[in-house]
Design a protein around this ligand. Structure first.
Ligand SMILES: [Zn+2]
Length: 85
């Protein structure tokens, strides 16, 4: 059976959680590939430490990761996110 290749981006949230989106190019999903092209993600699949935009860092870090695995922010819950389009 064919292996489903998933994005090799590794969230700096805990350093071992991988993005679960299907690979698009060079082992990255489309979102992280674009971030890689923009120099926001390293070739090793980590968030570039020089990226100072906190909102952007979170967007990259949490993309493709189950929200259950990433509990962030006190009192921030109940948001229904279905933006996988
Ligand atoms: Zn990804």
């Amino acid at each position: 059976m064919p292996e489903t290749e998933t994005c090799r981006y590794i969230s700096s949230y805990d350093g071992c959680t991988h993005c679960q989106d299907p690979a698009y190019a060079q082992g990255f999903c489309r979102f992280h590939y674009q971030a890689y092209q923009a120099g926001e993600v390293t070739a090793e699949g980590y968030l570039d430490d020089r990226l100072s935009d906190q909102a952007r860092r979170r967007a990259i870090n949490f993309h493709g990761i189950s929200p259950e695995a990433v509990y962030v922010g006190p009192g921030s819950r109940g948001s229904s996110g279905s933006g996988a389009g």
